[in-house]
Design a protein around this ligand. Structure first.
Ligand code: NAI
Length: 239
């Protein structure tokens, strides 16, 4: 099976977690790691890790483990982060400026190289080494600056219009922060990021905690009331 085959979103998220852990191990000088050890670090079972990686080929040696550098490089290649991606941010408001100021995206290979807005008071100003540009110039600037990813951080009422402009400019990957339902044509990947939804998931948990815990107990997820302090215990979990 070719690793170009589309894999589940959850597996992509796990690969991203493995990649970050391997990066840390590599920088710490570790050369080889077993799937058990990697599993302990990232919070997934060794079987899950082997299953995820088996989709893409042979990486480890039975009884030896994985070569940290090789596996990290392979995962980076699969995720497409062994290169840099030029990103355009549309909307230089509260959210846009926070995203622009965060250095972590560039470290992971995502450089916000262009910021567009329609506010004349902002256009032409320099923020974090990027000059804010007029949104009307977006199509040509996106081509000129070889931009592949667009981030939408404008008010919801104009989000569709901005998405259309991004698509017309040749963008095929969009991350939308605006609370609006956006439609894009086939061949364009659209992802939504929404802190409010995540907070609502947490408020749902707090509001319905008792019922959720009872259900977990019934499913046998919570061990019979004993305090087990180890992270392998059923009292610990991740998303
Ligand atoms: P803001 O009002 O501070 O910034 C919006 C920016 O978009 C302004 O600079 C404005 O001039 C610009 N803008 C407006 N119309 C435009 C157009 N047609 N073309 C280009 N630029 C345009 O708003 P804020 O607080 O930064 O929020 C931005 C968006 O992100 C909103 O839709 C908000 O609901 C959403 N948001 C989403 C979050 C999430 O977790 N998904 C969290 C925070 C905000």
């Amino acid at each position: 099976m070719s690793w170009k085959k589309r894999i589940a979103e959850a597996a992509v998220a796990r690969l991203s977690t493995y990649d970050r852990a391997l990066d840390e191990l590599d920088r710490g000088g570790m050369e080889i790691i077993s799937s058990d050890e990697l599993g302990e670090r990232v919070g997934y079972s060794a079987a899950q890790i082997r299953k995820d990686l088996s989709c893409f080929g042979e990486f480890g040696k039975v009884g030896t483990g994985y070569y940290v550098k090789n596996l990290k490089e392979a995962i980076s290649q699969i995720l497409g982060i062994n290169r840099t991606w030029n990103v355009a941010l549309v909307g230089a408001g509260n959210l846009g400026s926070a995203l622009l100021a965060y250095p972590g995206f560039r470290k992971r290979g995502f450089g916000i190289v262009a910021v567009f807005d329609n506010d004349l008071r902002k256009i032409g100003k320099k923020w974090e080494n990027v000059i804010l540009q007029d949104v009307s110039e977006m199509p040509e600037k996106i081509k000129e600056q070889d931009i592949q990813i667009g981030i939408i951080a404008v008010p919801a009422k104009v989000a569709q219009q901005i998405a259309d402009m991004l698509v017309l400019s040749g963008i095929r990957a969009i991350l939308n922060f605006a609370p609006a339902r956006i439609l894009v044509p086939d061949g364009v990947e659209l992802h939504a990021a929404d802190f409010s939804t995540e907070l609502e998931r947490l408020s749902y948990f707090l509001t319905n905690e008792a019922a959720i815990r009872t259900e977990a107990l019934e499913k046998g997820k919570v061990a019979n009331g004993k305090e087990d302090k180890t992270r392998e215990s059923p009292h610990y979990h991740q998303d």
